[in-house]
Design a protein around this ligand. Structure first.
Ligand SMILES: Cc1cc2nc3c(=O)[nH]c(=O)nc-3n(C[C@H](O)[C@H](O)[C@H](O)COP(=O)(O)OP(=O)(O)OC[C@H]3O[C@@H](n4cnc5c(N)ncnc54)[C@H](O)[C@@H]3O)c2cc1C
Length: 474
């Protein structure tokens, strides 16, 4: 078996075995295939919390993939170490003919892939295919070939130039095509690579990478497909209205599954396409492509303002106590606090709530959007650099948004509009549990608010100060 050419499939944002561009590509040629995942120590170093939910989620996904692959005659090969070194060493130790992976758009990841390809040049062919976005980085451009900076014309061009191939399933016909995984694990181990043992279960796997088991009850690793089907069949038709209502389960909550590729974004679009409500939802998938396109063309916008006039010119405040109150969900603005506590509790926050809390941090507290971006990066199950930096810059008015900086959300009226019965606030802010209806959005001065804090800033004066800060440099 091992005499046949070996095709390694390096999985990253595509942790599934169906509609899979890299597997599809590897299976087109001769020989056997072997899926590989690396717990990259350079990425793990950024996870501050040993109980990070995402590592439990990923470790469980590895066990799931391994068991699915065993049923198909293969198994997962999971390694631990700096991927830039591990992958070339693995490919050489196993004498791989080809290394296939899905291309990324993030600057450091592209640099990592280029370095791996360079080390392997002349030894193992490295092939990058497209999988994680429907339209990749450079696929949709203006007529003059330059990138779009505004979403609406981008979305129009995205739809006008979409071809059936963009949404087509990348079929995985893998029967009898897997390499002998035990032999490959032994060879990799003999070459000095850190091959992780998947046979002892979740906690043992996490221990091998220095993490502990966290609560992921809200995010079943095998639920992605069922969630997608349920959403498309029951919720999609009302999406355009329900998507803004904070207490409703009106959105798909597929973002962690899309982030790690447990569901295929092409399948999302295919399933939704002709159904009532699809236009609004597909628009969100286009937003996902849009922010990925922006980061692809402008990698510096991960940390620098997209609009040159605001690049490091805004006079942000540095008030630790305010930042801590925002993080802890103790700002005295119920909808802001409910949202921040939702993220702490389940590792996810409603989109409307993300817009409200991000606006509150940047405008009401005048705290640098980069600090908020980093806080989200530590807590969101769906954390994705392109969408997060894009969303934060949108809220800070420093990004691609066509709206001027004087949009400042009023957190009280936002709460009253998008949580009219106050259910969302009561769910996450138990101190306000006794208050009825929408009164919960203005609890100040009411004895029933108990230990709930008074507002840390006054809306009207905070708004005026924010406008002054922007006007100074606009
Ligand atoms: C400040 C801020 C930070 C954000 N950070 C992230 C992040 O780190 N990761 C992330 O995936 N999304 C991020 N978003 C976008 C959005 O909030 C989430 O994608 C959405 O809430 C996920 O919920 P859902 O799966 O139910 O979405 P649905 O409404 O069901 O949408 C379907 C899918 O479309 C994509 N999507 C939806 N809205 C957006 C959007 N505005 N921008 C880009 N993609 C979108 C997501 O992949 C989502 O799963 C951020 C938004 C803001 C305002």
């Amino acid at each position: 078996m091992q005499d046949k050419p070996l095709n390694l499939v390096w999985m990253r944002r595509d942790l599934r075995l169906h509609d899979h561009a890299a597997l599809h590509h590897a299976l087109k040629g001769p020989g056997v295939i072997q899926p590989v995942f690396v717990f990259d120590t350079e990425i793990l170093a950024r996870f501050a919390n040993p109980l990070d939910r995402r590592l439990t989620f990923l470790a469980q996904v590895m066990l799931d993939l391994d068991s699915e692959l065993r049923a198909r005659g293969g198994g997962m090969l999971v390694l631990h170490g700096p991927a830039t070194e591990v992958m070339p060493r693995l490919a050489q130790a196993l004498g791989a003919a080809q290394l296939v992976a899905a291309a990324d758009i993030e600057g450091p990841t592209r640099a990592r892939d280029a370095s791996v390809a360079q080390v392997l040049s002349g030894i193992t062919k490295m092939s990058l295919v497209k999988d994680a976005w429907i339209r990749h980085g450079g696929a949709v451009n203006k007529k003059d070939g330059t990138p779009y900076h505004v979403f609406t014309p981008y979305a129009k061009a995205w739809r006008a130039t979409l071809t059936p191939e963009d949404l087509a399933e990348r079929v995985v016909e893998d029967k009898g095509r897997y390499a002998h995984v035990a032999a490959l694990r032994a060879k990799a181990y003999a070459a000095g690579l850190r091959v992780l043992d998947l046979s002892q279960g979740l906690e043992a796997l996490l221990e091998q990478i220095g993490f502990k088991k966290a609560d992921i009850t809200h995010w079943g690793t095998r639920e992605g497909e069922a969630r997608l089907h349920r959403f498309v069949e029951t919720r999609l038709k009302n999406y355009s209205h329900d998507r803004n209502m904070l207490a409703e389960d009106g959105t798909s909550r597929l973002s962690p599954y899309l982030r790690h590729g447990l569901v295929s974004v092409r399948e999302c679009a295919r399933l939704a396409w002709d159904r009532p409500g699809a236009e609004g939802w597909v628009n969100e998938l286009i937003w996902r492509d849009f922010y990925a396109m922006i980061l692809y063309h402008y990698p510096e916008t991960a940390t620098e303002e997209f609009l040159p006039k605001f690049r490091r010119t805004l006079n942000w405040r540095r008030v630790e106590a305010d930042f801590e109150a925002w993080k802890a969900g103790r700002t005295g603005y119920p909808v802001v606090d409910a949202a921040m506590r939702q993220m702490q509790e389940i590792g996810w926050m409603h989109n409307r709530a993300r817009m409200i809390v991000a606006s509150f941090l940047c405008k009401h507290l005048r705290i640098d959007w980069r600090l908020g971006e980093e806080h989200f990066a530590q807590h969101l199950m769906d954390y994705d650099l392109a969408s997060n930096a894009g969303g934060w810059q949108w809220a800070a008015s420093t990004g691609t948004d066509a709206q001027p900086y004087f949009r400042v959300f009023n957190p009280t009226t936002q709460g009253e509009k998008f949580d009219p019965e106050g259910e969302y606030v009561r769910r996450y802010v138990p101190e306000l549990g006794a208050m009825k209806g929408k009164k919960v959005h203005q609890p100040w001065g009411d004895a029933a608010r108990g230990s709930y804090p008074a507002p840390i800033v006054d809306h009207a004066s905070a708004r005026a100060e924010a406008l002054r800060m922007f006007k100074e440099v606009a």
